[in-house]
Design a binder for this molecule. Structure first.
Ligand code: GRF
Length: 213
């Protein structure tokens, strides 16, 4: 028997919140190695799950809070909610050294392309898919990776390929990639946790890990 204790994650994003929702759904499974202890956003208008009527807390750090003040506020929430892994899902800014150090490097992100291609500053949202279409690639995908001080760098945790069709527009491609992201993110996160938090989740292999490609 493995331990029944789960790793506590906080999801941070300011987009439409579809990955946050997928992670919250995946966390309900008894096979999940993580529970969502907190959802964090910089925009109350964003579609992030959590808050009133849901069983996960939602905290808003207003978009006007930036730099050192943002990092201090974020670290204090991560401490308050005893977070083990900070999971970015549509967070557009760089994560500061202060936060990375506080989390002992346990910060992960998902990017809507096959990194190391189509990553870096300016590669977000539809810009990524426009660049993929302009390149003539017949394949794109999604990548889950460890976060560093640079955009979209850091060790890869999992990657899934997605076909590009001749009739694709940036938004049709974005939609297809997002559907893949929703499956990849929970699987890759479980894999990361199994590798890094055996003290919490035990050493029993977690179902679904073989799906990481
Ligand atoms: C996703 O495409 C993710 O790869 C990128 O930001 C987007 C967030 O979308 N980092 P959503 O808010 O989860 O729908």
């Amino acid at each position: 028997m493995g331990s029944t204790t789960k790793v506590r994650i906080a999801i941070l994003g300011s987009g439409t919140g579809s990955n946050a929702k997928a992670l919250c759904e995946a966390a309900k499974s008894s096979e999940s190695a993580f529970s969502v202890a907190l959802v964090l956003t910089t925009s109350s208008a964003a579609g992030m799950c959590g808050g009133k009527g849901e069983n996960v807390d939602l905290e808003v750090i207003p978009a006007s809070v930036k730099g050192e003040e943002f990092s201090t506020k974020l670290c204090s929430l991560l401490e308050q909610y005893r977070i083990d892994v900070l999971v970015l899902a549509g967070f557009m800014r760089l994560v500061s050294t202060k936060v990375l150090t506080y989390m002992s490097g346990h910060v992960v992100n998902i990017h809507p392309a096959l990194l190391p291609e189509f990553g870096g500053q300016g590669m977000y949202g539809l810009h990524v898919h426009e660049a993929v279409l302009a390149s003539g690639r017949t394949e794109t995908g999604a990548t889950v990776h460890v976060v560093t001080e640079q955009y979209d760098e850091g060790a890869m945790i999992g990657q899934t390929k997605v076909p590009v069709f001749p009739e694709d527009s940036p938004s049709s491609l974005q939609q297809r990639v997002k559907e893949t992201e929703h499956k990849l993110y929970p699987v890759a996160l479980n894999h990361y946790i199994r590798e890094n938090f055996q003290d919490i989740v035990g050493s029993v292999p977690i179902a679904g890990i073989s799906a990481v490609s």
